[in-house]
Structure formats: C-alpha cells, structure tokens
Design a protein around this ligand. Structure first.
Ligand code: G3P
Length: 224
C-alpha cells in the first residue's frame, strides 16, 4: 500500500485525519516548522503520541555546507524516532547524500523540480524523491509528467527508491500522481479534507435517514 503522509505539523489536524486515514507519518520542511513556530523536538513527541510509535517522520536539514549537512543528518537520524532525513537535491545535497548513505541513513531528496535532478538524486542513493508537483505546474512545467517520467526511470533502472510527490493545490493532482503507481505521497491538510468531502454525500446520507425514519421510526437496522 502507498505510504500516506500529511505535510503538516498541526497536531489537531493530524489527530483528526489519523483517526480515519492509514497515515504512515508526517513530512515537514523548515518553512512548515517556522510557520508553526515550533521545532522538531517539540512536534515529534506530540505527533508520535497521536500517530503511534510506528510513525515515520521526514525531517529536513537546514545546513547548506557539505560537512555541516552530513553532521546535521547524523544528528537528526539519532533522534529516537523512525526518521528519514530530507536533503535538497542540489549539487552539495547530492554529495551529502552519497556520504550519508555510506552509513545507511534513510534519505529523501527534496526540492525536485525536474526529471534530470530527480534521477541523479536517486542514482546518488536517495531512498525517496520529493518532486514538487504544484510548484512545477505554476512554473509552466508539467508536474504530473515529471513524476511519470521519474517513475518510469526508477523502474527501468531497478532503483530501490520511492517517489514521494509533494506540493499539491488540488485533489486531481493527487489522484493523477497516485495513478502513476508512486509508492508514497504527502498531502497538505486542506487537500486531504477536500478528498474526504463531496457535496452530494451529505444529502445522500440525509435521504437514507429520512426514508428510514418514515417507515421504521427510531428502530436500528438490526431491530427492524
Ligand atoms: O515539503 C515540500 C512541500 O511542502 C511543498 O509544498 O505547498 O509549499 O508547494 P508547497
């Protein structure tokens, strides 16, 4: 089954959606944590408490110099959770990924805006790739096509690397990406809620209820 993540550290929304969805865990980035005004050491215990000890967290380095990225990655990895270290897929980032993978630390290459960038990150050893679907779309690129081409290349090259597409602004983008057979995905809270809702559903449920009450009153199904 696809690994399903929420791209948020909003504990209330994670709790709400974890109740009805098979969440694998949560993805974060420096902007998400900065917007929440809460750091890794504050959010991880709370999120693990809500999702469970099996939860997987994707945590991004903020260092930009090779040795510092590597050092930060080791320290993130030493936190007592199932953690994947996110590293931007720049030239320096790929060099860091090569070094970090020698120690078998799980890595996600993030900020992927092209097939070229993504396949090189996979060849450098990344376990996950995060192509930014909507950001590519808004730049005039075709985010879905980039994910499709990357999926094809990963399969053809027999690379042990999962696509974990990120950056969605509508539910169709999510479905189109899932149809490509990606093994993981991270969805923002508002899009996940939109996927759960449909204007016709409430009225359908209401009609079932009214039809039932008209004939059976307050009896339950097994009492009828
Ligand atoms: O981690 C990357 C992802 O959160 C980007 O999403 O909505 O900022 O384009 P967005």
């Amino acid at each position: 089954m696809i690994e399903l993540y929420l791209d948020t550290v909003d504990i209330n929304q994670v709790s709400r959606l974890n109740a009805c969805l098979p969440l694998k865990g949560v993805t974060t980035n420096p902007s998400i944590l900065a917007k929440a005004g809460r750091g890794v050491n504050h959010v991880l215990p709370e999120l693990a408490n809500v999702i469970g000890s099996e939860a997987r967290f994707h945590i991004q380095v903020v260092s930009q110099i090779l040795d510092e990225i590597v050092d930060e990655a080791f320290k993130i990895n030493s936190l007592p959770y199932d953690i994947v270290v996110k590293i931007p897929a720049t030239e320096t980032g790929l060099a860091a990924i090569k070094k970090i993978k020698q120690q078998n630390i799980p890595v996600l290459a993030t900020a992927i805006y092209s097939v070229q960038q993504g396949i090189l990150a996979a060849l450098s050893g990344a376990d996950y790739l995060a192509p930014y679907v909507n950001r590519m779309d808004t730049m005039g690129n075709d985010g879905i096509k980039v994910v499709s081409d990357l999926q094809l290349l990963l399969t053809q090259q027999d690379l042990d690397c999962k696509l974990l597409p990120a950056s969605f602004k509508n539910t169709l983008q999510v479905i189109e990406v899932m149809k490509l057979g990606v093994k993981a995905i991270t969805i923002p809270v508002d899009i996940a809620i939109q996927m759960l809702e449909h204007p016709a559903v409430d009225s359908a449920v209401q009609q079932f209820s009214q039809d039932w009450i008209n004939v059976f009153g307050d009896k339950l199904s097994f009492e009828s």
